[in-house]
Design a protein around this ligand. Structure first.
Ligand code: CA
Length: 220
């Protein structure tokens, strides 16, 4: 899953990026509203953390532009301590949740997990597909209770497929959602990750749909 962090305070932006990367996400960052709008308009983010007080273009305006353009990704806004009116304006502009600064990183991570799973129609923090379980709270996958050892990219591929189980996901979709913007992308590596995952998973869980992509499913 790929997250956009929009925060102009360098220290906080760095802390957010570190925490989200450690939790298994691909992370892009923006420090002003114009860059944020441009990045978010690409449609490749599974969630956005959006500070409202930003240089060049404020967060509410950025959010309104995304929503007007049909960008529906979950957005968590960060508001100032006494900013109740900001929360109202943000939610009315299309925000899905908010946190007041200062906040605990664990709470931000939990709220993001909830937004991402709800966007995929999942009610539980544990995603299940047959014998395979992915616990989004600790970024661990297991088969029949046995923990899998995955690299960060293998985890991202598996997490994206688990959030979209039973759907056909194209290679280009996977590339868009497992790599950060500045990463040297090569769609052939997706095949390599899929091949490695298949060796670690029970046979048949990841199907190849010829010409279209991959589907994670427990139903044969
Ligand atoms: Ca700010």
């Amino acid at each position: 899953m790929r997250i956009l962090i929009v925060e102009d305070e360098a220290l906080l932006q760095g802390q957010l990026a570190d925490a989200l990367r450690a939790a298994g996400y691909a992370v892009d960052t923006a420090s002003n509203g114009v860059d944020a709008h441009h990045l978010g308009d690409s449609g490749s983010y599974d969630a956005v953390v959006l500070d409202l007080g930003l240089p060049q273009l404020d967060g509410i305006s950025v959010l309104k532009k995304w929503r007007a353009a049909g960008r529906a990704m979950p957005v968590l806004i960060l508001t100032a301590r006494d900013g109740w009116h900001e929360k109202v304006a943000g939610i009315d502009a299309g925000a899905d949740d908010y946190l007041t600064k200062p906040f605990h990183m664990e709470e931000l991570l939990a709220r993001l997990r909830a937004l991402i799973r709800r966007a995929g129609g999942h009610a539980s923090a544990e995603l299940v597909c047959g014998p395979l379980t992915l616990d989004t709270r600790n970024s661990r996958a297991s088969v029949d209770g046995q923990a899998l050892t995955l690299t960060s990219h293998e985890y991202r591929v598996l997490a994206y497929l688990m959030h979209h189980r039973d759907q056909v996901i194209s290679r280009s979709d996977l590339v868009e959602h497992i790599y950060a913007q500045d990463f040297d992308r090569d769609s052939n590596t997706v095949e390599v990750f899929i091949g490695r995952l298949r060796k670690k998973l029970p046979p048949g869980l990841i199907q190849t749909v010829r010409g279209l992509g991959y589907r994670l499913t427990a139903s044969g």
